[in-house]
Design a protein around this ligand. Structure first.
Ligand SMILES: *[C@@H]1O[C@H](CO)[C@@H](O)[C@H](O)[C@H]1NC(C)=O
Ligand SMILES: CC(=O)N[C@H]1CO[C@H](CO)[C@@H](O)[C@@H]1O
Length: 550
């Protein structure tokens, strides 16, 4: 009897072509359409959506504990990074979660494929009509007026009540992509003091001697069809690094159908900047350009996830990853921001230092914008990565006014920075009161010069400004430190922040002047100690060597 009953029930569901009645509950919703986007109308029911599901990870708290244990200099396990299998044990969803989600997918005739090494992410395609029904959603077309970018999103979605605790999120749903993508600001006209290698030797003591360890890798993320050009790199090295072979180059890895065409006109400002200030600064460190294609739905956040899962799948991921892209935190769903942040924790636990540019809009976000309250950027609010702001000038080195910094509204203050941040807040007093979240994770963590970087693009020399200049510069410093550590038989630095805020702090040059205006305010002033413009400061290579025990 029971068997027959079940059979009839499922035939009935098939006949109607509808999912069996499950009790749907709103899972994530957004109150407003992000600034600059507007609703065009319903999405065509036949349009195919490429959706992803995140399953609840079995023990993220356990992974987080291990991450801090291997990343905190005072810990007995400092530097004992986790293996791929160890990380996956914490991240793999529980069997009951996998079963519950698979049963629901099967019931709806959906076949999904697993897209992360731990099995916590799945992907599948459905037409808009089916997605609307499955998730009680209202997938619509939104356009960004200034750029014309068109995306299909919903303002809320639901999941079956019995999948709560198993299914963490569906994407893309309420998260909007960065319409501008984060590009360095091209500065013009070219000013007198330009940054190429000899200046970094003078300012930060970055050595020009060749690294020796071939196992030590520095990876550069490439998104949104930004391609790194070999001929431009050669021209750059000939001009600015005449002391090394101009044939010094990088290797390429690709995912999501990424490529790196070498047609000079396709050379990207961002990609060339990032590769010229890694290959050209981290002398002799094997450098990898990772070009992420766009065979997903749209936006850059899928690429942000895929590049981390791609590296998590490797047995020996690169020890440093620098990324000069990001967007405003409030455009991203909390669950997705959390998932991406957790992915950085996983890669950090494997021993990779993850650095991101903090953004170029001062306190107004990743790009200058009009605002009432300060706009934190993503992923800088994530506690498991290192956010790099920008400075300018020497004697004194001063905060660059575009350097994004502030406090996350999604992530609380991690303990490694609590004392540094509370000293700053005390010194700040009532300035900007109410415009930012005093309990949020403060960023950036560190800074380097970010103004007037000479680069070569399409054969021509130009100068650029931005925190996009700073992230590869700081990443190069870390890669050179890792080279020395490897030569001494020691572990790479991995997740940097617990080190930076403790034994590393005195090895950084404190920047105490300048500010990052925005939202009709002067922004945050740089002050002695950590500040939300330049973080703890800029690198002093000799002192860092001592701080890491060399
Ligand atoms: C402020 O930050 C905390 C900690 O991350 C967060 O829980 C809270 O929601 C934030 N407040 C606002 C108004 O966003
Ligand atoms: C190679 C290079 O750009 N060198 C510059 C270093 O900075 C000084 C000023 O501080 C410039 O005059 C150099 O041209």
């Amino acid at each position: 009897m029971v068997t027959t009953g079940l059979l009839i029930a499922s035939l009935f569901a098939l006949a109607l072509g509808k999912p069996m009645g499950r009790n749907l509950q709103v899972h994530e919703a957004r109150e407003d359409v992000p600034d600059g986007f507007s609703l065009q109308g319903a999405a065509s029911p036949d349009t195919t959506l490429k959706l992803r599901l995140a399953l609840v990870q079995s023990d993220f708290a356990g992974l987080e504990e291990r991450l801090y244990d291997v990343s905190t200099p005072s810990s007995a396990n400092y530097g004992n990074h986790l293996s791929k299998a160890e990380v996956e044990q914490y991240i793999a969803p529980k069997p009951e979660s996998v079963d519950a989600v698979n049963a629901w997918l099967t019931e709806n005739g959906i076949s999904a494929k697993t897209i992360s090494p731990a099995g916590d992410w799945m992907a599948f395609e459905v037409p808009v009509s089916k997605a609307n029904e499955l998730f009680d959603a209202d997938f619509s077309v939104y356009t960004h007026e200034q750029t014309g970018l068109e995306v299909i999103r919903t303002m809320s979605y639901s999941i079956p009540a019995d999948l709560q605790g198993h299914l963490d999120l569906v994407h893309p749903t309420i998260t909007f992509p960065n319409p501008y993508s984060h590009l360095p600001v091209v500065s013009s006209p070219v000013k007198a003091a330009r940054h190429a290698h000899e200046n970094f030797t003078a300012i930060y003591g970055i050595p020009t001697t060749r690294a020796t360890e071939s196992s030590n890798k520095l990876a550069v993320s490439g998104f949104i069809e930004q391609f790194a050009n070999q001929a431009d790199l050669k021209t750059f090295l000939t001009k600015f690094r005449p002391d090394i072979s101009s044939s010094t180059t990088f290797t390429l890895q690709t995912l999501d159908d990424g490529e790196n065409p070498q047609n000079p006109s396709e050379a990207g400002v961002e990609a060339n900047l990032d590769i010229q200030y890694t290959v050209g600064l981290a002398t002799g460190v094997p450098t990898i350009f990772i070009s992420v294609g766009e065979d997903f739905q749209d936006g850059d956040l899928e690429g942000f996830l895929d590049i981390i899962n791609f590296l998590l799948a490797e047995d020996t991921p690169p020890q440093v990853l620098t990324t000069s892209y990001g967007q405003n935190e409030n455009t991203i769903s909390r669950n997705l921001a959390n998932q991406l942040c957790n992915a950085y924790a996983q890669l950090g636990a494997r021993g990779t230092s993850i650095l991101f540019a903090s953004g170029d809009g001062g306190v107004s976000g990743s790009q200058s914008s009009s605002c009432r309250n300060f706009v934190p950027t993503f992923p800088s609010g994530c506690p498991f990565m290192t956010s790099v702001g920008a400075t300018q000038g020497v004697n004194p080195e001063t905060a660059a006014d575009f350097s994004s910094g502030g406090f996350s509204n999604y992530f609380g203050q991690p303990s490694y920075q609590q004392s540094a941040v509370s000293s700053y807040l005390t010194a700040l007093g009532s300035t900007n009161k109410g415009k930012f979240n005093t309990s949020g994770r403060g960023f950036p963590d560190v800074a380097t010069q970010g103004v007037n970087f000479e680069i070569v693009v399409d054969g021509r020399q130009e100068a650029v400004d931005g925190t996009s200049c700073a992230s590869p510069t700081f990443a190069s410093v870390i890669a050179l430190l890792n080279d020395r550590l490897a030569a001494a038989g020691k572990s790479p630095l991995g997740f940097l922040n617990p080190f930076l805020y403790s034994t590393g702090a005195s090895a950084l040059n404190d920047v105490t002047s300048g500010s990052n205006p925005g939202c009709s305010t002067n922004g945050f002033p740089a002050k002695a100690g950590w500040d939300p413009v330049t973080g703890l400061g800029t690198p002093n290579f000799a002192k860092l060597l001592t701080a890491v025990g060399l």
